[in-house]
Write a protein that binds this ligand. Structure first.
Ligand SMILES: Nc1ncnc2c1ncn2[C@@H]1O[C@H](COP(=O)(O)OP(=O)(O)OP(=O)(O)O)[C@@H](O)[C@H]1O
Ligand SMILES: [Mg+2]
Length: 254
């Protein structure tokens, strides 16, 4: 089992979007659990169309619920084809609950999952608070999501340093909301010092799927933006895929 954390310096760059669609794409390769590790501001469940979760990661962290009761099971369908099952461990927002939990329990939870999944994807909070650092530290490999802008890339460089000082391997950089900015992919590689393993275009289709609560990789698997997520997953499992946008960059076509 490999535990993959999806991190960033700056907020709002697309970590949850990437975590969701990467998890769907990885389910073509094995058993996947995606965890909402953004325990202060969780929203991963909404991307899957799940209403406020009744039992969540917070209850497991507080030791008031069993892990198995907090996991949602979802059929992965791509168009009309059923691919398999994706498991989702949502979190729920509660300031009071947040005060009661021990974030270090996160490690124990992940240890309990060993052997049950091939991939565990953790959507991590932005920045360097303890809520971001602990979920990142329990992962085997971390990927940094950036937007093609200097500030976003510089902030992720700091996260990379912390990850490496703490012994977490940084597997690469994912450039999200790409609109063909010349030189930004090379700039990200140079500043962060890691390969760009995925380029995801700016996409109106992707945005509307996030709002609808169905991942674009399930709703429109043949769209260019979905193919970019499939290529990212292939790259992460070790296939030798060339990292480039899929077809023409047309925002409205996704
Ligand atoms: N490639 C894209 N094209 C268009 N819109 C996108 C793209 N990626 C993300 N978005 C939109 O950007 C917004 C922020 O995305 P998301 O919630 O995934 O970011 P985040 O990094 O998880 O944010 P936070 O740091 O607050 O957790 C969402 O409305 C999402 O639909
Ligand atoms: Mg998020």
């Amino acid at each position: 089992m490999v535990v993959i954390s999806i991190c960033s310096g700056k907020g709002g760059v697309g970590k949850t979007t990437v975590s969701v669609n990467l998890s769907v794409s990885l389910s073509l390769f094995g058993r996947v659990l995606v965890i909402d590790g953004d325990i202060a501001l969780p929203n991963l469940h909404t991307f899957f169309g799940i209403d406020d979760p009744f039992i969540s990661l917070l209850d497991v962290l507080k030791d008031t619920s069993y892990l198995k009761d907090a996991i949602h099971r979802m059929r992965v369908k791509m168009g009309n084809e059923s691919i398999g099952e994706l498991h989702i461990l949502p979190s729920s927002a509660s300031v009071k609950a947040l005060e009661e939990i021990n974030v270090e329990n996160f490690k124990e939870i992940v240890d309990d999952l060993r052997g049950k999944y091939d991939f565990v994807v953790v959507d991590v909070a932005a920045g360097l608070s303890k809520y971001a650092i602990i979920p990142m530290l329990i992962s085997d490999v971390s990927y940094l999501v950036v937007n093609p802008e200097r500030a976003s890339i510089m902030d992720s460089q700091k996260v990379k340093k912390i990850a490496e000082i703490s012994g977490v391997r940084v597997g690469g950089v994912i450039v999200n909301r790409y609109r063909g900015e010349k030189g930004m992919v090379d700039y990200a590689e140079k500043v962060i010092g890691r390969e760009v393993v995925g380029i995801i275009r700016e996409s109106k289709l992707l945005r509307s799927c996030c709002e609808d609560g169905t991942p674009v990789t399930m709703k429109k698997p043949s769209s260019n933006v979905s193919r970019e997520f499939f290529n990212l997953a292939r790259r992460i499992v070790g296939d030798d895929v060339k990292v480039k946008p899929y077809g023409k960059l047309k925002y409205y076509l996704g």
